[in-house]
Ligand binder design. Structure first.
Ligand code: AMP
Ligand code: ZN
Length: 462
């Protein structure tokens, strides 16, 4: 069965055909490691993870490269403002390296908690300065650059198809009266190399043939992806906010330097996690980190389950109430699976294969995970299928869903509670409902709840 992916470049769902059969070269834009990644950022990495798991499930060999931006990302996505890492270093009175290492570690812990598979290569911008300078030199040689008093810029008017990814209209982009663009020739031109205002003040700066400075934000992704994946590769991902500027500029400089068109064949973008209809951004507030959610009694995987219920290209509105709803469904799911694990019955009906096909069809239809999840629930609701077969399907589907369903274990219940539960069962058998309810309340007071189902009961912590 063919895998279809929505390509931002063509705005169409396309059959995925990699350059090398069954091999995938993929570059994922990673975090700027100057602060905690919030759950909005993390939604993008859950989407990345689903893509990776689907590719692996389909039998592709994946080379997944991700970057850490530890220099050059300015407080405004244009070429103005201060370097985010330098700002954080001043704020926390630490070195830029300490800042980047600390937030990268927290991010990695969050990935682990979210069952996100790690990239095969993590590339740091500061460890690839030489490659970035080399790339700027190539662009300079080919006539795409010019110098201003604050850096080396890419002249976007030199490319006929600049802005194709974001469908940016060219009119009005020239330097004119209405918009002040400093010394830039065109509004869309961007910095490849920025000069240090006063050498010796910044923590991170390097020597180059143009002067002491640091790389622009976009050049790192072109330089590092080509180092690890070659001059043309299959997939590039990021959040949808990257379409207009960051990815547009990556395409411009890479196609200009390498001469391959398209530089990347499939561009995939994840929609935003929003809060009350607004973007959850670090500057706007209203955002949580995974540890903040944990303090509120949630588990990272509750958030993963929450994300899985909405297609990656649809905005997802976040609220603690909605997360609570997801947590309840996820717990119900885990309890049903625990119950299945305790059973031995087997019956492979003809629907077994049908479920497998439906699941595969859903994930291969541009990662339709919400539909794949509903197939999982249909399996669990099936009255004829045996417990063994159900579990087999669940474990297979979870290779993609990543909800840790194989590893869940029943909680250890204290013997005092077990005894009460047995007494309640006895009362129920004797149809003494008043007594049964009374015991149930007593159990609740002791911090446990009993959930009855067709197949028996489950004891959980309240
Ligand atoms: P940053 O650390 O700011 O470079 O962002 C890391 C990733 O998170 C990028 O791919 C962004 O596109 C993505 N991102 C930022 N905010 C959100 C959000 N609210 N929802 C989903 N993705 C986001
Ligand atoms: Zn990038």
């Amino acid at each position: 069965m063919n895998l279809k992916l929505f390509n931002t470049l063509t705005r169409k769902k396309e059959i995925f055909n990699p350059i090398r059969k069954k091999h995938v070269g993929w570059y994922a834009c990673g975090p700027t490691v100057y602060w905690y990644q919030h759950i909005g950022n993390l939604r993008t990495y859950v989407f990345n993870d689903l893509l990776k798991r689907v590719l692996l499930y389909d039998g592709f060999k994946v080379k997944h490269v991700m970057n850490y931006t530890d220099v050059g990302h300015l407080t405004s996505d244009a070429d103005e403002g201060e370097d985010k890492i330098e700002v954080a270093a001043k704020r926390e009175k630490k070195s830029a390296k300490e800042i980047a290492n600390y937030y990268a570690k927290v991010f990695e812990k969050d990935l682990k908690k979210l069952n996100i598979l790690f990239p095969d290569i993590i590339a740091k911008a500061t460890e690839h300065i030489k490659e970035q300078i080399e790339l700027v030199k190539i662009l300079e040689k080919k006539g795409y650059t010019y110098q201003t008093s604050d850096g080396i810029y890419f002249d976007t008017s030199k490319l006929k198809d600049y802005g194709k990814l974001g469908r940016i209209k060219k009119e009005g982009l020239k330097a004119g009266k209405r918009v002040s663009i400093g010394e830039k020739k065109n509004k869309t031109d961007f910095a490849l190399w920025k000069f240090s205002e006063k050498p010796g003040v910044r923590q991170q700066e390097w020597n180059s043939k143009w002067g002491i400075g640091y790389p622009g934000w976009h050049i790192e992704c072109s330089a590092m992806s080509s180092k690890y994946l070659g001059k043309q590769f299959d997939i590039h991902t990021g959040g949808e906010d990257h379409i207009q500027v960051h990815h547009t500029n990556e395409i411009a400089q890479s196609e200009a330097a390498f001469g391959k068109k398209p530089w990347v064949r499939y561009w995939l973008h994840g929609a935003f996690l929003t809060s009350k209809g607004e973007k959850i951004s670090k500057s706007k507030g209203g955002l949580y980190t995974i540890s903040e959610l944990e303090e509120k009694g949630f588990d990272a995987l509750d958030f993963r389950y929450f994300c899985l219920n909405t297609h990656y290209r649809k905005p997802l509105n976040f609220s603690l109430d909605r997360l609570k709803g997801a947590k309840n469904s996820y717990e119900r799911l885990k309890n049903i699976i625990l119950d299945l694990k305790s059973k031995k019955d087997s019956n492979k009906t003809k629907d077994y294969e049908k479920y497998k096909k439906e699941f595969l069809k859903s994930i291969n239809d541009d990662l339709n995970i919400p539909r794949a999840l509903s197939v999982l629930w249909n399996v669990l609701r099936d009255k004829k299928l045996g417990s063994k077969e159900k579990l087999k399907l669940v474990y297979d589907f979870d290779i993609v869903l990543g909800l840790g369903l194989k590893d869940i274990k029943a909680e250890k219940v204290p013997s005092e509670i077990k005894k009460l539960v047995e007494e309640r069962e006895k009362a129920r058998k004797e149809k003494n409902w008043t007594k049964a309810d009374k015991i149930r309340n007593e159990i609740k007071k002791k911090g446990y709840i009993i959930e009855d189902s067709d197949s028996g009961y489950i004891i959980k912590k309240a």
